[in-house]
Design a protein around this ligand. Structure first.
Ligand SMILES: [Zn+2]
Length: 139
């Protein structure tokens, strides 16, 4: 599935704003539920996000920004998997750290993407309506 070059350009611009030195890749994966994940330096956008015609373009921009923030703070890969496993086993500190990293990704991602709080709220509401929180950073 082809990604609209507009989103690739936006991602490059946001990575520059963060002064990221690593090259971040944008890929797609087949999954009908709207959302995305970051693994290493790659953001995987689900087909259900890109093909959903009820979601505004701001929703996709926000998801990319959210995932970029995770990459920026190295909250992907083994670091995140370890926290998820500890949280699953009842470790409250790991659960709190995951919650804080998600909040930071939402807050800094909104600012990075230059979106209004209403644009983000509308995007998240529509993604929740599809049965998903829009982000699934389990790698
Ligand atoms: Zn996240």
């Amino acid at each position: 599935m082809r990604i609209n070059p507009q989103y690739i350009n936006q991602m490059c611009h946001m990575a520059e704003k963060l002064q990221m030195t690593q090259q971040v890749k944008l890929k797609t994966e087949k999954n009908r539920v709207p959302g995305a994940r970051a693994s290493g330096n790659t953001i995987y956008l689900r087909s259900g996000l890109l093909q959903n015609e009820t979601l505004p373009p701001a929703a996709i921009t926000f998801v990319i920004a959210h995932e970029l923030i995770h990459i920026h703070y190295r909250e992907t890969g083994w670091n995140r998997a370890k926290q998820n496993l500890l949280s699953f086993c009842g470790n409250k500190k790991a659960s709190a750290l995951i919650l804080l990293s998600e909040l930071r990704a939402n807050i800094e991602g909104r600012k990075l993407a230059n979106l209004t709080p209403d644009e983000v709220e509308n995007s998240l509401t529509l993604m929740y309506a599809e049965g998903n929180n829009g982000n699934d950073d389990n790698e």
